[in-house]
Design a protein around this ligand. Structure first.
Ligand code: EPU
Length: 340
């Protein structure tokens, strides 16, 4: 039986370092312990918060329910052929440790996703992506427990319905499953993605055919460390907003007024904007309001340097949304999830 801890302070369990008390907290290492935790929540009629690395949540108050920290560990090769290895990884494993492990074992594909905070089980929920690669390109399938029935289900890559910062677990199956393991299809031979301009620029001194995945990983780590605050030093949850997608007509009008606007192609007749650019242009970079701040090197990242409340961070996020909307007519959507 896992240990249910009452009145548990979550400050060290969310990377925004917000102080918030959970009514109960439990750490689970196996599927059986997870089932027991879910049964406890059901019997006591407690709302649930499933916690991985706590790097994508904002706690706006105390949590009147059960927080379940997924701590399952393990990595196992489940299949291979000439080209690929299928590696099954427990949800509680740390994401970056997995990237390091894959490179140490000559398994390739994860290198662009180096140093992303969080756990393996949380990664598919928002289809983490950085420097030209999204996790959806590497997930073969995943296992998840149905919260109501306790039954384990396999989701193929296709049935996860991955999109930009999105999956079925944020849409129609929101709060219905707990991801318990993810099976990655990794390559035995390097197959680099150097499409992100700053990444290619960081490796400009090396001929493309000589670049190794280890070098890509090191370059990504370097870029991240210059642009993004280390959550262990300055509390943050990475990008606070998604990059908004607008239609071509609205984009043309914006571009006419803002010739330097940063954009990327999206689906047909749609354009993705850099939210960081919009927030930066609206004058927010480096500003601090009520204890929360906008990161000096990347305006898309809100920080909580004084370990203030989640309310302080959300209040700043609202001001930013309003001002970007007033200036550009674009509504930003928050990326982290708010609890309770
Ligand atoms: N920009 C500014 N000012 C800023 C920030 C950005 O002008 O303060 C401009 C940059 O110059 C660049 C553009 O906006 O032209 C885009 O910036 P960047 O390349 O840093 O990437 P992003 O679109 O802001 C996304 C992800 C990041 C990921 C990077 C790199 C989202 C919401 N965020 O950011 O993800 O690391 O691309 O691929 O899609 C995260 O999720 O926590 C995260 C950091």
């Amino acid at each position: 039986m896992p240990l249910f801890l009452p009145h548990f302070n979550l400050q060290k369990f969310n990377t925004l370092a917000v102080p918030s008390l959970a009514q109960y907290f439990v750490s689970v290492k196996t599927d059986d312990e997870l089932r027991e935790a879910l049964a406890f929540a059901r019997t006591e009629n407690l709302p649930l918060l499933l916690l991985g690395g706590g790097s994508n949540i904002v706690l706006r108050a105390d949590f009147p329910g059960l927080v379940v920290q997924i701590k399952s560990q393990g990595r196992e090769v489940v299949d291979e052929n000439e080209e690929f290895v299928w590696l099954k990884v427990a949800a509680g494993e740390n994401w970056h440790q997995l990237v390091v492990f894959s490179l140490d074992n000559a398994l390739y594909g994860l290198e662009n996703l180096s140093l992303i905070p969080g756990s393996v089980g949380a990664a598919p929920i928002q289809n983490i992506g950085a420097y030209g690669v999204e996790i959806k390109e590497l997930v073969a399938e995943l296992s998840a427990l149905n919260i109501r029935s306790g039954l384990s289900v396999t989701f193929t890559n296709e049935s996860c319905q991955f999109g930009y910062r999105d999956s079925i677990f944020k849409q129609s199956l929101k709060d219905q499953y707990v991801i318990t393991s993810v099976t990655f299809r990794l390559r035995k031979q390097p197959h680099l993605n150097l499409t992100y301009p700053a990444l290619r620029a960081a490796l400009a001194n090396t001929l493309e055919e000589d670049i190794t995945p280890q070098q890509v990983s090191a370059a990504v780590i370097d870029i991240r460390q210059t642009k993004l605050p280390d959550p262990a030093v300055i509390p943050n949850v990475g990008s606070f907003f998604k990059n908004p997608v607008i239609n071509q007509q609205q984009f043309d009008a914006l571009k006419a007024e803002n010739p330097t606007i940063v954009s990327y192609p999206a689906a047909a007749n749609q354009v993705k904007l850099a939210a960081g650019w919009l927030i930066d242009q609206a004058g927010w970079k480096g500003r601090e309001v009520g204890g929360a701040a906008v990161h000096e090197q990347q305006a898309l990242v809100l920080t909580n340097p004084r370990k203030s409340s989640g309310q302080a961070v959300l209040a700043l996020a609202d001001l930013i949304k309003q001002s970007v909307f007033e200036q550009f007519g674009v509504m930003l959507e928050m990326e982290p999830r708010i609890y309770p």
